[in-house]
Design a protein around this ligand. Structure first.
Ligand SMILES: C[S@@+](CC[C@H](N)C(=O)[O-])C[C@H]1O[C@@H](n2cnc3c(N)ncnc32)[C@H](O)[C@@H]1O
Length: 194
């Protein structure tokens, strides 16, 4: 996102200039405008089972693929889409997927923050680099939390997934024979046992 186009929970000082620039490039005159698109009358089939929807929760979040179909129907490439209640940024994502520009507004600073980051994702290499730095800083403190001793792992070694409860520990490593099922909520291991 170009500098100055995200203003958190404050009014954006560059919004007017952005719209004026857009109108200059794509003049709009209500007197001569011949916009005549019929209502969208198809059933929308979509799924919430995708990475963009699942990245985090947001109340009344819509699958972006559904919004995308409306945008494609009601607007043309490079048109400007306005969502003044953008929430988690679904309209912004859908607009850019369809080659439209979008102004996304929300009362909530959390919503605009999420929208900024889902619309303009950080490059993967940068995310990996930051995760490495973070890990180097906290590894020493958190690694013991992911380490168990039991008859499956001698000497103690890091697990993929451990839930600790009181003094007991429920080991969910796939090799653990004490699991109570494929998605265990209880562990057969008794406190004090190996
Ligand atoms: C139902 S959510 C939108 C969810 C969105 N469609 C999505 O897919 O994530 C409605 C949003 O409207 C925002 N909102 C409510 N009143 C508002 C107002 N007066 N001005 C701007 N945003 C407002 C809320 O903060 C909330 O994020």
């Amino acid at each position: 996102m170009p500098e100055g186009y995200y203003s958190g929970d404050k009014p954006n000082p560059n919004l007017r200039a952005f719209v004026e620039q857009h109108i200059k490039e794509r003049p709009y005159d209500p007197e001569t405008n011949d916009y005549d698109v019929l209502a969208f009358d198809k059933a929308i089939t979509t799924s919430k089972d995708n990475a963009i929807y699942g990245i985090h929760g947001y109340w009344s979040k819509k699958p972006y693929d559904a919004i995308r179909q409306y945008i494609k129907h009601f607007t043309k490439p490079n048109d400007l889409v306005l969502d003044p209640f953008c929430g988690s940024g679904t309209t912004a994502i859908a607009s850019s997927a369809e080659g439209r520009q979008c102004i996304a507004i929300d009362l909530s600073g959390a919503a605009t923050f999420i929208t900024k980051h889902v619309s303009y994702p950080t490059p993967q290499e940068r995310v990996i680099e930051l995760l490495r730095l973070l890990r180097a800083k906290i590894d020493h403190d958190i690694q013991p939390l992911y380490t168990t001793t039991n008859d499956q792992t001698t000497p103690p070694s890091p697990n993929g997934y451990t839930i600790a409860s009181g003094q007991d520990c429920m080991n969910r490593a796939s090799s653990c024979t004490r699991r109570a099922g494929s998605t265990p909520t209880t562990c057969l291991r008794k406190p004090g046992s190996t």
